[in-house]
Design a binder for this molecule. Structure first.
Ligand SMILES: CSCC[C@H](NC=O)C(=O)N[C@@H](Cc1ccccc1)C(=O)O
Length: 668
């Protein structure tokens, strides 16, 4: 029998990545964007595909585009709109544009030429108009004036960026200089565009610019949106909900409360209520998103899920009867789809197990994208009263020909005597009578999780197939284990997490298969902070080597990041108020105690954890004569996203780990 090669970074990049689905009105088909990668040419290509929920084979819908994304089926089913940057009809798009295509064939047509491009959009219920988000110059009136400003901007010879804003960059890009995100409406037949915020001080959230930041009422007469009501925008401001009357253009505030951050408005089927998420930032920065409702008749709002210890994800999807809502929410390393029943304020799982990354529901048909630690998102239809049925086959042959090891979870006793979950991923053909190296992968956030979900960047199976038992500890501060667990690390970053990781290492080292000379830890961002922290806090000879990817090293210097207004709420103080408290949580303060070989990785375009953090850490290790290596990418951000850079990343990590083991002189 032929032996299949193990899963590797090359097999990872052979897998196709499916975007969120949009169902047609009768639920018989869904459209998705599917991205394929070309390792040889270091390129990616996205096209639209149709999936039948009734049993037919998937069908490619677009062929000419290169980056066709965010498809949405029109309310009458006759068209699919999507966003693309194309070279067609004698014009090359300078900015992403809206395209329309008939689901049964033909090629897509540009819906209009939108000078400032389009970020996200939604169909009006009449199927004749589309509301979309674009970054516009607020002082320029009309499409012609915007086009002139855009042309002048593109042709300028200076590259300097000048701003007086507090919020001017986000993750990996500068926000467009002097432009703000507005909501516009395109009339498809006439091509006319109206800027709903023109001449007003309103703008959408500068950082959460997707279709969930606004919603169109079922009668098409109003649009509800979230926005920062303060004139000087900051990421730590609480957002309010407002509604614009499309006939008069008048905007009225629906809910505004300095303590509550409000997001993702969604009209009920009758339009009489708006569901949204609310988190009480006035109390704590870490407060979870709860489900809330605004009532038109009484003009009052209420939190509906206060007694349910889960953080509600967006989007919120109303069931047709207006009595319940669908959304996803994490639960102990899973992320099921839930139905929240409004009359008795109770949540029940719609999908029993696993990790639902996105979903849609039309005409009684529910389509979910279900992933696990061992496969990327797959499309499943959930027929009422019947077992779930898979409706795509995108990656089956690649996965079938690259066997993976099994995975399981254990609960150990961690800091404060609490139960802490470890997810283990074993090498293929794992034999417990043999010895294996152990690799901790530490997640970022800190308020996120290594759940039963697929990872493109920290793919556990690539490491497991190279021979490591991979251990993912969901340390204190992780999401999905209740609010007390999530908030327990606030103002003392590093302390409890380290106890959990160390307890997990004790547990792992007690297993007969664990090689005590080959225990490693690697992590990105907050996970990178943790490995830098471990390097100073854990005694020599415990871990053979570390990998610190985009790690936070010095919380004072981290003020160069785009999230600086959040620091004090997590660390307990700003550095000028209590420098000792901030320094006590910074790995840089303990550089003299570091001793373990470390690979430092950083991308120069990372604005969340600027690369000066990684460079300072690496230079310190070099200056101190500790074995270290730097992998620096001039063209990557917080994440390594290009196929060839990703391959180099995995190769460097595996080579680094492979060359380090403890000897009798170094430990254990
Ligand atoms: C809680 S503040 C950090 C927010 C954020 N969380 C979402 O992932 C984040 O970017 N975390 C970084 C690490 C970091 C922590 C604090 C300030 C800047 C960056 C991560 O991705 O781990």
């Amino acid at each position: 029998m032929a032996r299949h090669p193990h899963f590797s970074v090359d097999s990872l990049w052979q897998l196709q990545r499916m975007g969120p689905p949009s169902l047609c009105p009768d639920g018989a088909q869904a459209v998705v964007s599917v991205t394929r990668h070309d390792m040889a040419h270091n390129r990616s290509h996205s096209a639209l595909w149709l999936l039948s929920t009734l049993g037919g084979a998937p069908r490619a819908l677009t062929h000419c585009g290169d980056k066709d994304g965010q498809p949405a089926w029109s309310p009458h089913g006759d068209l699919i709109a999507f966003i693309a940057r194309r070279d067609q009809q004698g014009a090359k798009d300078e900015e992403p544009q809206l395209y329309l295509i008939a689901p049964d064939g033909g090629e897509a047509q540009r819906a209009a030429v939108l000078p400032t491009g389009v970020e996200a959009f939604k169909w009006f219920p009449d199927g004749k108009r589309i509301a979309f988000i674009a970054w516009v110059w607020p002082d320029a009136r009309g499409a012609k004036a915007q086009a002139l400003r855009m042309k002048a901007w593109r042709e300028r010879k200076e590259s300097g960026y000048a701003t007086s804003e507090a919020l001017y960059r986000w993750w990996d890009h500068n926000l467009p200089q002097d432009r703000v995100p507005h909501l516009l409406v395109l009339d498809i037949r006439s091509g006319r565009v109206r800027d709903l915020f023109e001449g007003t001080p309103f703008e959408l959230s500068r950082t959460e610019l997707d279709g969930s930041c606004f919603d169109i009422s079922p009668d098409g007469l109003n649009i509800a949106f979230m926005h920062d009501p303060a004139p000087h925008k900051r990421i730590d401001h609480c957002h309010a909900l407002a509604e614009i009357d499309l006939r008069s253009g008048a905007v009225r505030t629906l809910v505004q409360d300095a303590g509550w951050h409000l997001e993702a408005p969604s009209y009920s089927p009758a339009g009489d209520r708006i569901a949204f998420t609310a988190s009480h930032r006035g109390l704590k920065h870490t407060m979870p998103r709860q489900l809330a409702l605004w009532d038109r008749e009484t003009a009052t709002w209420s939190v509906e899920s206060a007694q349910w210890d889960h953080a509600v994800n967006v989007p919120l999807h109303w069931e047709d009867d207006g009595q319940s809502l669908l959304f996803t929410a994490e639960d102990r390393g899973e992320q099921p789809l839930w139905r929240f029943d409004l009359p008795d304020r109770r949540a029940e799982r719609v999908q029993a197990h696993g990790w639902v990354s996105s979903f849609d529901k039309r005409a009684g048909t529910t389509l979910i994208q279900l992933e696990s630690v061992s496969h990327p998102p797959q499309a499943w239809v959930l027929p009422p009263g019947e077992p779930a049925r898979r409706v795509d086959r995108f990656n089956d042959s690649v996965l079938a020909s690259h066997p993976m090891g099994r995975s399981e979870t254990h609960t150990i006793t961690g800091a404060l005597g609490d139960g802490v979950q470890i997810r283990l991923i074993y090498p293929p053909g794992f034999d417990p009578s043999q010895r294996y190296p152990v690799l901790h992968l530490l997640h970022g956030g800190p308020h996120s999780v290594f759940g039963d979900n697929w990872h493109w960047r920290w793919n556990q199976h690539v490491f497991a197939a190279a021979g490591y038992v991979v251990a993912c500890v969901n340390f204190h501060g992780s999401s999905g284990f209740g609010y007390a667990f999530l908030d327990s690390i606030t103002h003392r970053w590093g302390a409890l997490e380290l106890q959990d990781i160390e307890a997990a290492s004790d547990w792992l080292l007690a297993q007969p298969w664990a090689d005590p000379q080959r225990v490693y830890a690697a992590g990105g961002s907050y996970g990178g902070f943790l490995v830098a922290w471990m390097n100073a806090q854990v005694h020599s000879g415990r871990y053979a080597a570390y990998v610190c990817h985009a790690g936070c090293y010095d919380w004072q210097a981290m003020y160069a990041d785009d999230a600086y207004p959040w620091h004090a709420r997590e660390l307990g103080a700003d550095y000028w108020v209590d420098p000792v408290k901030v320094a006590a949580q910074s790995p840089s303060s303990f550089a003299a105690d570091m001793h373990t070989p470390t690979l430092v990785v950083h991308g120069a375009l990372d604005y969340r954890v600027p690369d000066a953090q990684g460079l300072a850490f690496y230079n310190t290790l070099q200056a101190r004569g500790i074995a270290s290596r730097l992998l620096w990418f001039p063209d990557e951000n917080h994440w390594i996203q290009k196929p060839r850079n990703s391959r180099l990343w995995y190769q460097e990590l595996l080579a680094w780990l492979g060359t380090h083991r403890l000897t009798s002189s170094t430990g254990p």
